[in-house]
Write a protein that binds this ligand. Structure first.
Ligand SMILES: Nc1ncnc2c1ncn2[C@@H]1O[C@H](COP(=O)(O)OP(=O)(O)OP(=O)(O)O)[C@@H](O)[C@H]1O
Ligand SMILES: [Mg+2]
Length: 208
């Protein structure tokens, strides 16, 4: 059986990642491709335990490097227990956030250090990488304004516009540095318009 493909959505708060991840799964299903949606931080029971440490509480509760390492601890569980087994079964995996978020948030917008985060990524991931990363790009004012998040998970949302502008710039830099893997998607349009751009990029990448 062919290995499944690994797709990731990344981008700032409220850029539409969760909405579009599920929509893409449905479109793949319509094309006869079995896919699952999973998320980070989280995606397995132990990784969801770690998620709680990251998405709730005071903005400044962690040293930036501690925070990057917690994301990588959760990611280690997620890859080993969910992502790799699904790919090996031939199922496509769509992850709502992945490693690029750690680089954009902790490596670039906070000061864990790009080189340090890149070194952790290399140690944990080796050559494991998404086949396609959809980077949803929208002005943070628009993204944060879309938020309908329930209470208790708003730690990153609480970090202020200046922080979210750095995150956006970080994602744009990552997408520009790896044009083979990443597609920068204008996420300012309607759900349908953004979904159309995502499907076009996915179909192009995989010849669907
Ligand atoms: N293109 C769009 N135009 C307007 N509203 C949108 C669009 N896409 C998503 N939304 C709405 O904006 C809110 C945030 O979308 P969504 O949860 O998909 O974003 P997200 O990137 O997953 O956010 P987070 O980073 O907070 O998880 C939701 O209420 C969603 O219905
Ligand atoms: Mg989301």
């Amino acid at each position: 059986m062919n290995r499944g493909r690994f797709l990731t959505f990344d981008g700032g708060e409220g850029s539409g990642k969760t909405t579009q991840a599920h929509r893409l799964r449905e479109r793949l299903d319509g094309a006869g491709i079995e896919a699952i949606v999973t998320r980070e931080p989280g995606g397995t029971p132990r990784a969801e335990d770690i998620r709680k440490l990251l998405v709730s509480g005071e903005a400044g509760r962690w040293q930036p490097l501690t925070e990057a390492l917690l994301h990588y601890a959760a990611r280690t569980e997620h890859i080993a227990l969910s992502i790799r087994p699904a790919l090996e079964r031939g199922v496509w995996v769509i992850s709502d956030r992945f490693a690029d978020s750690t680089m954009a948030y902790q490596g670039i917008a906070m000061d864990a250090g790009r080189d340090t985060v890149a070194a952790v990524a290399a140690a944990v991931l080796g050559d494991f990488a998404p086949d396609l990363t959809l980077v949803l790009d929208v002005d943070p004012e628009t993204g944060v304004g879309r938020e309908t998040r329930e209470g208790g998970e708003d730690r990153y949302g609480s970090m202020g516009l200046e922080f979210h502008r750095k995150v956006r710039d970080g994602f744009r830099e990552i997408a520009a540095a790896e044009p083979e893997r990443c597609r920068l998607i204008d996420a300012s349009g309607t759900v349908d318009a953004v979904g159309g751009l995502i499907w076009a990029a996915t179909a192009d990448r995989f010849g669907l």
